[in-house]
Design a protein around this ligand. Structure first.
Ligand code: NAG
Ligand code: NAG
Length: 796
């Protein structure tokens, strides 16, 4: 019962130990030793992010691969493992002869320092070639048409270099992608003196600065406790980047305004919230079993915070109350931070009037039966602290808890509600929960919905699988205090500060023009291929002209289109900036400065003929007419505006329209002319893909987009995402995340490309602590999904 002891909290008033029971393991993939589970569990596995046909298809593919694989390559080897490899060489065998350092076993060792832990002594790494066989992928030998092409690309190593290889961002030489003519100073030499020291990292506006206070209301500092003694802690970042770390293959930090000259290790990121210290000290006990040299620095200022009695709901409410006058009243338009958007600044005669800002809710979709772990708790402490408390209540975090049992009297009896909370949510988050059930959705959206064009899942129209947006629509109607709503999930993680992520996504999307927005949003941005965002914009404009399709910036017409009440009254969602020239050819300024109604984290693709499984799960439209035009973004993590949710709500209750969860918000935005933006956040790949191959695989749909025929979201093409950091079937996301947390992982390498769970056990305490190791990992900000498990004991 190792797992139970790891997870159970060492407290007598442990109100949620019951939820840590061992048979709640449904969300853990590849745990082959599980007990048989009831049917509902299988549906859980298939809900939302995993589609059963994809799963079946993948199982089939894996089976074929397994057949082809030899038994070699799965044994453990601890000799000759190097942390740093020469990633700059163009050709592995060439590099070998250049480096000429002879025996592979000596490579990568530091010269001039004996144990690497001396701290003060100068240590020089000679970074040499990786001549270990496992670092050079064998060319595939099987000739199976179904073997994905990308399995032939070499795995990248630079992610796994540690803190001791930290360099200033200007000296950073990414292993991938290589810039043209990139010189390989082989062997690369790194020097350091001990471990670098992290510094506090706060991406929120400087609320005390005159720049801020001249425009906005005073921000009252928020505390974790009632007595206002425990301030919300800072997180820590390292100033620099680990040498060799690859650049994102798709998306970009700098485009969105997210810093890429710093990196985060596990202690700087989560130490302030309870990682790395014991229950008796008020921590979460996790991370003690990983390498932790000099981790203490992150507790120097605040001490190890005792989180035992923190009530996050109460802390959030107190924070909002203290800052109430900063925010626009419901219905009143608010200006938006950050400070750079001073345009809407209001002036009175005395110039004392300050702009009020609007608020955003982050709504986390929780469900009864989710197995909470200490790592999950850490993640949500970080989210609440960074977004809600550190922003003085600009953001608020809510858990929308799906109660699966429709017979529970959740509106009649507070004792029942308390029992459900006790059984399903850690006590510290109880005050943030809103319960809902599918029975409630049937009451809220009554009447006949009509037949669906297709219904591949066979699910209930009011069920969470097909209509996850229903409870969010209702939540928005109940919470007029929020202008925007981030839909978020339990198995997403962000290395970096959550405020920086959400704030920059919002402000970047706001600056985007409506002209060409649907076309740009339908395509993955690959900086190494496309150049700057301006280059990308021109390319998309040219491709749009070439396609012969009219660009879309406002509401669309289609047979059978029905109007909203507001449209019947003659109202439009287009901002004034779109009517400056003429509606026929509005200026590029159209939509610039307008808050986005929808921000997605994957492209908004045309679902028609895309091969996406649920492309025709469309309900309530006349079957005698063509299916309406649709857009969709995979993974429901997205920001929706109040007015978009109001549109969705009205279409649902009044017109009985709905579509599969990932398609409905985007399609409603398309039909009614709302502003929808895909934000190209940084996405990494585990292999050295040819840049053109990425474009071919990921923008291979109609007119070089992600939509239509050839879409990367076609069931047949989705395997391409397995090596990325952000897709529901990603294998690399979990591997990277757990290695970063400090746990050894099978590296997925080996003959024929290797796959998840194959290869060697790499990383983890033993490897990170070895004298010739570069230490624990430090990664630049990145979103990872899906994270189905974190601590190795969860697999037992
Ligand atoms: C790599 O270098 C070796 C030896 O110089 C050469 O035989 C081989 O063709 C090269 N491979 C590539 C892909 O350039
Ligand atoms: C991007 O645009 C600039 C300026 O127009 C041009 O010089 C450059 O070649 C373009 N880069 C790419 C990759 O198209």
């Amino acid at each position: 019962m190792e797992q139970t002891s790891f997870l159970a909290r060492n407290r007598s008033d442990d109100s949620f130990s019951s939820i840590f029971s061992r048979d709640e393991k449904s969300l853990l993939p590849s745990s082959v030793h599980q007990k048989p589970k009831p049917k509902i569990r299988v549906r859980t596995l298939l809900s939302h992010c995993l589609y059963r046909r994809v799963l079946l298809w993948s199982v089939g593919l894996l089976f074929l691969l397994c057949l082809a694989l030899s038994s070699s390559g799965s044994h453990l080897r601890h000799d000759r493992i190097m942390d740093l490899v020469d990633f700059t060489k163009k050709n592995a065998s060439e590099g070998d002869s250049q480096a000429g350092t002879g025996g592979a076993g000596d490579e990568g060792k530091e010269k001039g320092g004996s144990d690497g832990k001396g701290g003060q002594e100068e240590v020089v790494f000679v970074v040499s070639t990786g001549s270990d066989e496992h670092q050079q992928q064998q060319p595939a030998t099987i000739q199976d048409d179904r073997m994905p092409n990308w399995l032939r690309f070499r795995h990248l190593d630079g992610y796994f270099n540690g803190l001791k290889a930290l360099v200033h961002a200007s000296d950073h030489k990414p292993e991938y992608p290589k810039t043209q003519g990139q010189e390989s100073p082989s062997p690369l030499t790194l020097s350091y003196t001990g471990l670098p020291t992290p510094t506090m990292y706060a991406p929120q506006p400087n609320y005390k600065s005159s720049e801020y206070t001249s425009q906005y209301h005073h921000v009252e500092t928020c505390y974790l406790d009632k007595k206002r003694r425990i301030p919300v802690p800072d997180i820590y970042a390292y100033n620099g980047v680990v040498q060799g770390q690859p650049e994102p293959a798709m998306g970009s930090h700098s485009l969105l305004g997210i810093r890429n000259d710093v990196c985060f290790d596990r202690f700087g990121r989560f130490g302030p919230y309870g990682l790395g210290y014991s229950f008796t000290e008020g921590g979460l006990e996790v991370g003690l079993d990983t390498e932790h040299e000099e981790s203490e620095v992150v507790w120097k200022k605040t001490g190890k915070i005792n989180y035992d009695d923190i009530d996050w709901g109460d802390a959030q409410d107190r924070c909002y109350e203290a800052n109430k006058n900063r925010f626009a009243e419901p219905g009143e338009p608010g200006a938006t931070p950050p400070v750079t958007t001073g345009k809407r600044r209001q002036r009175s005669f005395l110039n004392r009037e300050r702009a009020k800002i609007s608020r955003t809710a982050v709504v986390i979709r929780a469900y009864a039966g989710f197995e909470w772990t200490q790592h999950a708790i850490l993640n949500f402490r970080a989210l609440i602290s960074e977004l809600s408390l550190r922003s003085g209540g600009e953001y608020a975090v809510h858990f929308l808890l799906h109660v699966r049992n429709n017979n529970e009297p959740i509106w009649a009896d507070p004792v029942t509600v308390q029992r459900i909370l006790d059984e399903n949510i850690p006590k510290e988050f109880h005050g943030l929960c809103t319960l809902w059930s599918e029975a409630q959705m049937r009451l809220l959206y009554p009447g006949k919905f009509g037949n669906s064009v297709e219904d591949p899942s066979g699910g209930d129209i009011h069920g969470v699988y097909r209509s996850a947006h229903f409870p969010l629509q209702h939540f928005a109607m109940q919470h007029p205090e929020y202008e925007h709503f981030w839909n978020w999930e339990l198995d997403m993680r962000w290395i970096g500060d959550y405020y920086e992520l959400f704030d920059r996504l919002g402000s970047w999307a706001k600056q985007q023009s409506r002209i060409g927005m649907w076309e740009r949003s339908a395509k993955y941005y690959i900086p190494a291929l496309h150049g700057t965002w301006e280059n990308f914009t021109s390319l998309v404009d040219a491709e749009t002209i070439e396609s012969g399709r009219a660009p879309i910036y406002g509401p669309v017409k289609f047979p059978g289109r029905m109007s909203l009440r507001s449209e019947l009254r003659g109202e439009s969602f287009l901002p004034a900036s779109c009517s400056r020239h003429s509606h026929a050819s509005p200026s590029k300024e159209c939509g610039v400065g307008e808050e986005a109604d929808l921000i997605t984290l994957n492209p908004l693709f045309d679902a028609e003929a895309s091969g996406w499984v649920f492309a025709s799960d469309v309900t309530g439209y006349k079957h005698s007419l063509p299916t309406p035009p649709r857009r969709c973004a995979i993974i429901t993590a997205s920001r929706l505006s109040r007015r978009l949710l109001r549109v969705m709500h009205e279409e649902t209750w009044r017109l009985h329209h709905t579509m599969f969860s990932e398609m409905y918000p985007a399609t409603m935005a398309l039909h009614h002319g709302l502003k929808a933006i895909y934000a190209p956040h940084p996405v990494y790949m585990d292999r050295e893909w040819d840049i053109e191959a990425i474009d071919k695989a990921f923008n291979g749909g109609r007119d070089h987009s992600t939509g239509g025929h050839g879409s990367p979201f076609d069931l047949q093409n989705e395997h391409n995402h397995k090596g990325t950091t952000w897709y529901y079937n990603s294998e690399f996301a979990g591997l990277l995340w757990r290695r970063w947390l400090g746990y050894a992982q099978f590296d997925g390498r080996g003959a024929n490309g290797g796959r998840q769970g194959e290869g060697e056990l790499r990383g983890g305490k033993e490897e990170e602590e070895r004298p010739d190791s570069t230490g624990r990992m430090c990664l630049r900000s990145v979103l990872v999904h899906p994270i189905k498990w974190e601590h190795p004991s969860e697999l037992e």
